[in-house]
Each structure stands twice: as structure tokens, then as C-alpha cells.
Ligand binder design. Structure first.
Ligand code: HEC
Ligand code: HEC
Length: 269
């Protein structure tokens, strides 16, 4: 009881200090630690050079950016998908939390990604050589790569029937370096695709019962986990699934699969 009264008094005091809207820093901290921390760090110091720090940033700036991501006037596939799922109160709360933190002492400082998002349950599919269907190929001009997309039997059957991908579905992408000409441009073969010159990696996703419970709701893609494998099929360690999950998240109606149409076309042939 005493504690409750003290808490109430504290609330009123904060309310009086800043008239009008009062952000709830504790609620902001909870969202930040479960979701934003995966990329921006629990202390607001980000986990990668490609992700901005939020610690000590101006509160109004953070609010404005989150609203811009939500309205998609500022474009970033991951942040657009995340901001779409937070309301005005969430935005005010996380902004208050991150702006209350001390900024990084050095620009090279980095946080560790969250364990639950780095630990994937997916292993390289043992039946890749025999059980998968190649359904599309895409040239990546900027990255000088050509990628080949494959699906296992469960995924092909669901695509043929226009159903959501069931448990046991696996999609796997072979990422090849493109062969380059004397000017460093990819060489295109007779089929219109870049000529492959060595396997760089595999990117992959697999759905199994209960796997999605490892992730917070804002990032969760049903029961999918993601993984990257090296050319020797061993798992590339430390891959932050938060990035995969955030980008694929808006595709809930397509089983989180971008290339679903191409897969359906091949499955129905
Ligand atoms: C999957 C990784 C990921 C997660 C999770 C994530 N962010 Fe981000 N965030 C990014 C990236 C990447 C950028 C840089 C976007 C760009 O280049 O425009 C960014 C940018 C931002 C910015 C703009 C910063 C600036 O300096 O302009 C804000 C604010 C922000 N995020 C807030 C959040 C909040 C709040 C959460 C949690 C609700 C969150 N983010 C979760 C990856 C993430
Ligand atoms: C910036 C957004 C973005 C991020 C981040 C991202 N993906 Fe994707 N992913 C795509 C798009 C778009 C496609 C469709 C074709 C393509 O570009 O390869 C795709 C396709 C795929 C596919 C083939 C099935 C499908 O959905 O079409 C797999 C497997 C895949 N991604 C795995 C991953 C993994 C693993 C990660 C994280 C390491 C990841 N993706 C991160 C956007 C993203």
C-alpha cells in the first residue's frame, strides 16, 4: 500500500513537471529491451555499424523519426515494418527511454545482439540435393550476384494448393558470385542470368512447430527461423535473425515468403 502511494505520488510529480503528455519510461524500457535491443542494443548502443545508436538522442527527434517510419515518409524496410506495429504511446515511451540513456563513449562501441535472435534452430537441410525444387533465379546487379531459389516438398505442395506454408517447410537460396568481365561487370549467359562463379553462401528459412515463440511478437514470423550457411554448408555464426524477421514480417499473408508467386507458378506446372 505504502509502495503504491509512493508510486502514485511519483507519477503525479512527473506529470506536474511536464504538463500534458507524460511518457512512461518503464514501459519504453520494456519494449526497448524485448524488441529494439535486437538491433539498437538494450543500452541504445547499436549492435552493428549499419544501425544507428539511439542512446542520448534527442527525444523529439526519435519521436519524429519513428512517426516518419510509420508513415513511410522515411523508408527503411526493417524500420517501416517495426514502426507500423507501435502506437503513439509506445513511440513516446521508447523515445523517452532511449533519450534518457548516456550516449556512446566511443563511436566504435557496439552491443552484443540478443541471444534468442542469434540462436537459430535451423540446420542445413540433409535432403537438399534430392528433395528440393528450383523455382526461380534472380540477378543482383549491385551486389554482382546471381541467386537460385529452392523449396522443399512441403513448401511446393502448399504453394500448389494456395495454402499457407505448413510446419516442415524449408526455403533455401544459393548465393553465387557472378563471373565478371574485364571491366568488372557481371557476364550474362544465354539464359539471361549472370554466369555463376563460385558459391558464396546460402540463405534459408525453415518453419517448425513452436519455433516462433523464441522471438518477441513485433519481430516474430509465425514459426519461421532463419539461417545463413557458408559454402561448406556449416552455419555462419552470429547472424542476427532480427534483420531477417523485420524485413520479412509484412508478408504475413504470403507465409512471409517474398518469392511466393514464382514458387506458386512452378508448383502449378
Ligand atoms: C531489425 C533491426 C532493428 C530493430 C529490431 C529496430 N531497429 Fe530501429 N533502425 C534499424 C536500422 C537499420 C535503422 C537505420 C534506418 C535507416 O537507414 O534509415 C534504424 C533506425 C531507427 C531510428 C532512426 C535513428 C536516426 O538516427 O535517425 C529510430 C528512432 C529507431 N530505429 C527506433 C527503433 C525502435 C524504437 C525500435 C524498437 C521498437 C527499433 N528501432 C527496432 C534497425 C532496427
Ligand atoms: C532488407 C530486407 C530483407 C532482409 C533484411 C532479409 N531479407 Fe530475405 N528476402 C528479402 C527479399 C526482398 C526477398 C525476395 C528476393 C530476394 O531479394 O532475394 C528475400 C528472399 C529470401 C528468401 C527466399 C524466400 C523468400 O522469402 O522469397 C530467403 C530464404 C531469405 N530471404 C532469407 C533471409 C535471411 C536468412 C535473412 C537474414 C540473414 C534475410 N532473408 C533478410 C528481403 C530481406
Amino acid at each position: 500500500m505504502k509502495g503504491q502511494i509512493a508510486a502514485l505520488c511519483a507519477l503525479f510529480t512527473v506529470g506536474m513537471a511536464t504538463p500534458g503528455w507524460t511518457a512512461d519510461i518503464a514501459a519504453g524500457e520494456a519494449t526497448a529491451k524485448a524488441v529494439c535491443a535486437a538491433c539498437h542494443g538494450a543500452n541504445g548502443i547499436s549492435v552493428a555499424d549499419t544501425i544507428p545508436n539511439l542512446a542520448g538522442q534527442k527525444e523529439k527527434y526519435l519521436i519524429a523519426q519513428l512517426k516518419a517510419f510509420r508513415a513511410e515518409t522515411r523508408k527503411n524496410a526493417m524500420m517501416n515494418a517495426i514502426a507500423e506495429q507501435v502506437d503513439e504511446a509506445d513511440i513516446a515511451n521508447v523515445a523517452a527511454f532511449f533519450s534518457s540513456l548516456p550516449g556512446a563513449a566511443q563511436s566504435a562501441e557496439k552491443s552484443k545482439p540478443l541471444d534468442n535472435l542469434v540462436s537459430t534452430r535451423m540446420g542445413f537441410p540433409a535432403d537438399f540435393a534430392t528433395g528440393f525444387t528450383h523455382y526461380t533465379t534472380i540477378n543482383f546487379e549491385g551486389r554482382k550476384q546471381v541467386r537460385k531459389y529452392y523449396a522443399n516438398k512441403a513448401a511446393v505442395a502448399a504453394a500448389r494448393d494456395g495454402k499457407q506454408m505448413p510446419d516442415g517447410s524449408v526455403l533455401l537460396v544459393e548465393v553465387f558470385k557472378a563471373k565478371l568481365d574485364g571491366a568488372g561487370k557481371p557476364v550474362t549467359g544465354a539464359d539471361g542470368f549472370y554466369v555463376a562463379d563460385g558459391l558464396a553462401a546460402y540463405t534459408a528459412m525453415e518453419k517448425q512447430p513452436g519455433w516462433g515463440a523464441d522471438f518477441p511478437e513485433i519481430l516474430r514470423n509465425g514459426d519461421w527461423h532463419y539461417a545463413v550457411f557458408k559454402a561448406d554448408k556449416s552455419r555462419r555464426p552470429g547472424v542476427n535473425q532480427a534483420t531477417c524477421l523485420a524485413c520479412h514480417k509484412p508478408l504475413v499473408d504470403d507465409s512471409y515468403v517474398f518469392s511466393l508467386k514464382a514458387l506458386q507458378e512452378v508448383a502449378r506446372k
